[in-house]
Design a protein around this ligand. Structure first.
Ligand code: ATP
Length: 239
């Protein structure tokens, strides 16, 4: 079976600086895939290149068998590859409800939009309670929920999340990851999540990749990765 997402030999530069090189990644339908690595390993660059925010210098991204590298970010999104960027970036002066509606701005299926809104409120009851509040007044965790909900409103086949745990308490991080699993379980959406918190990502994702200095240095099921001595020593606080 061919993968939903195939990243082949991807290479991205910022001016004279190479950020990722020779990166190969696959995401199968309905799987949760984690990309782990320290600060500066190239994780954000990888997601931004897949999402069409940055053009690669080399390599290709294939989604559902079609090449999407070098398409504009909004076209990539329309095709079902939707990114929740690092730092959430909600619209602070719009209500929670309007932020969610913004995610559906290209959709014409009003009944489907309404159903998806209800679905998001079932995943995040706290957002339902605060639906009329300005998103900028919410806590960091709640803003992350808005960002995930808004991305879901665009009807992703693949939802990409950049560091969803950033700045969140351990308890909220766990809650966000449980909901990521629920989204996959209830809707079949595949998820590609970039994380510095390896423990939480490895315990929730199916497959994992480890990046160091712009390259993939390990790829396996999360079960196998979490048993490896070097992964434990470098990423799981073992020794
Ligand atoms: P973080 O967790 O800090 O976001 P990361 O693993 O996501 O780290 P990237 O942000 O993708 O890593 O950065 C990869 C490399 O590219 C780093 O060496 C970084 O300094 C460099 N880099 C990232 N963004 C830019 C930019 N806009 N201009 C120049 N260099 C950049």
């Amino acid at each position: 079976m061919s993968a939903l997402l195939e990243v082949n030999n991807l290479e991205t530069w910022y001016g004279p600086i190479v950020a990722i090189q020779g990166v190969n990644i696959q995401v199968q339908s309905g799987r949760i895939v984690a990309v782990l690595g320290a600060n500066g390993a190239g994780k954000t660059t990888l997601l931004n290149t897949i999402a069409g925010v940055i053009d690669p210098f080399k390599g290709e991204v294939k989604f559902s068998g079609q090449t999407v590298s070098r398409l504009d970010a909004d076209e990539v999104c329309r095709r079902g590859l939707v990114l929740v960027p690092e730092g959430r970036q909600v619209f602070p002066f719009l209500s929670v409800q309007d932020n969610l509606a913004m995610g559906a701005y290209t959709r014409r299926d009003r009944d489907g939009v309404q159903r998806d809104l209800e679905r998001i409120y079932s995943w995040f009851p706290r957002l339902k309670e605060r639906m009329q509040q300005h998103a900028g007044l919410l806590s960091g965790g709640e803003q992350q929920m808005v960002a995930i909900g808004r991305a879901y409103m665009a009807k992703p086949q693949l939802l990409m999340l950049d560091e969803p745990s950033l700045g969140l308490s351990p308890l909220l991080t766990k809650e966000i990851f449980s909901i990521i699993c629920r989204i996959r379980d209830e809707t079949g959406t595949a998820i590609l999540v970039v994380e510095q918190n390896a423990a939480i990502a490895l315990s929730h994702a199916d497959d994992g990749y480890i990046m160091e200095l712009g390259r993939v240095v390990a790829a396996d099921s999360c079960e196998v990765l979490s048993q490896k001595a070097d992964v434990q020593a470098s990423y799981l606080g073992g020794g």
